[in-house]
Design a protein around this ligand. Structure first.
Ligand SMILES: Nc1nc2c(ncn2[C@@H]2O[C@H](COP(=O)(O)OP(=O)(O)OP(=O)(O)O)[C@@H](O)[C@H]2O)c(=O)[nH]1
Ligand SMILES: [Mg+2]
Length: 305
């Protein structure tokens, strides 16, 4: 029998580059929330790809950006730490946007991780014409040359259209060193359930809010328990969660006229949580102001950063 291979690969890139969507597509299940707003991911999320002879642990990271708050700095720190710990790094660059100073800076940082295998992933190929994808391939190769990175592969993919996702998985698996499986068979993530629930609520809250508001939202699950005295075949989970925003004006937006928005957010989140647990859920959502929490070390600590 051939040896078992295993290891860690992380995706890095600008906010909104499609890292989390790609992670989910490779894992085959939603382990990380996604949104059209930049800086959706706020911690290193692990997803596991199982193969008969290999196990690939993917680490999705927050988008690297020029930080404007303490939270932003913390998010960048998470990425930098993760970068230094994995076997393979996949730099994600969207096909539908020109390479910019942000990508250049990230590539320069990546070049410093001299022992790590580097792969370039051109994401969102469904959103760009063929000619643009070809140009982007050349631009990415050139970017590598400019900063001193030799890409092991440059792979164009579309997570949304499921184009070349399987190929990318194969290429990453081939790059893994020999090693034992780290996760039990079938385990797709080690995200605690309570964190997944908070993230699904945050994802629902991000839908339809603009400008600075997405950054100001944090979600904490205060309570989560099976309700007692329920028939065995019809369990119900009670969940109480708080959506934190930074200012009273934001609270009003999240709640909406007569609570309409919050109700929509609640039912969208509830559907996702019910799918996760395969059980009915009663979701009690509140909105509270935690003034300027993104800049306040004590509040950041309380919110888990
Ligand atoms: N057309 C298209 N859109 C995509 C694709 N992958 C991601 N997107 C969209 O791009 C946006 C950002 O996707 P995310 O996966 O959340 O991006 P991210 O890089 O994880 O973003 P951060 O967590 O903020 O750093 C979302 O609106 C996705 O639906 C793709 O393959 N094709
Ligand atoms: Mg993300």
């Amino acid at each position: 029998m051939s040896a078992h291979h295993s290891g860690f690969a992380c995706f890095v890139g600008r906010p909104n580059a499609g890292k989390s969507t790609l992670t989910n597509a490779l894992v085959g299940e939603k382990v990380a929330i996604t949104s059209s707003r930049p800086q959706t991911t706020r911690h290193a999320v692990r997803g596991v790809v199982h193969r008969p002879d290999a196990q690939l642990v993917l680490v999705d990271t927050p988008g690297l950006h020029r930080p404007r708050t303490l939270l932003g700095q913390r998010l960048n720190d998470v990425v930098m730490t993760t970068l230094s710990e994995v076997d393979i790094v996949g730099l994600c660059i969207p096909a539908d946007e020109k390479i910019g100073p942000g990508d250049r800076w990230i590539a320069t940082e990546l070049a410093k991780a001299s022992r790590t295998t580097k792969v370039a992933v051109i994401t969102k190929t469904d959103a760009a014409p063929k000619k643009r994808i070809a140009e982007q391939l050349l631009d990415v190769v050139r970017l590598g040359q400019d900063v001193g990175i030799e890409w092991a592969h440059v792979v164009p993919v579309s997570a949304v259209a499921d184009d070349q996702v399987g190929l990318l998985a194969d290429l990453l698996v081939e790059l893994l060193p020999e090693g034992p499986p780290y996760y039990p068979e079938g385990e797709l993530t080690d995200e605690p359930e309570i964190v997944m629930v908070a993230e699904l609520i945050r994802e629902a809250t991000l839908e339809g809010v603009r400008d600075e508001l997405p950054h100001s939202i944090a979600v904490v699950v205060e309570e989560m328990a099976y309700r007692e005295d329920r028939p065995e075949d019809r369990p119900l989970i009670d969940i109480a969660a708080t959506v934190f925003v930074e200012r009273p004006s934001q609270k009003a937006i999240v709640i909406g006229t007569k609570g309409a928005r919050l109700r929509e957010v609640g039912s969208a989140a509830r559907a996702q949580i019910e799918a996760l647990f395969g059980s009915a859920v009663y979701l009690d959502l509140r909105v509270k102001v935690a003034k300027d929490w993104q800049r306040d070390p004590r509040q950041l600590a309380r919110l888990g950063f």
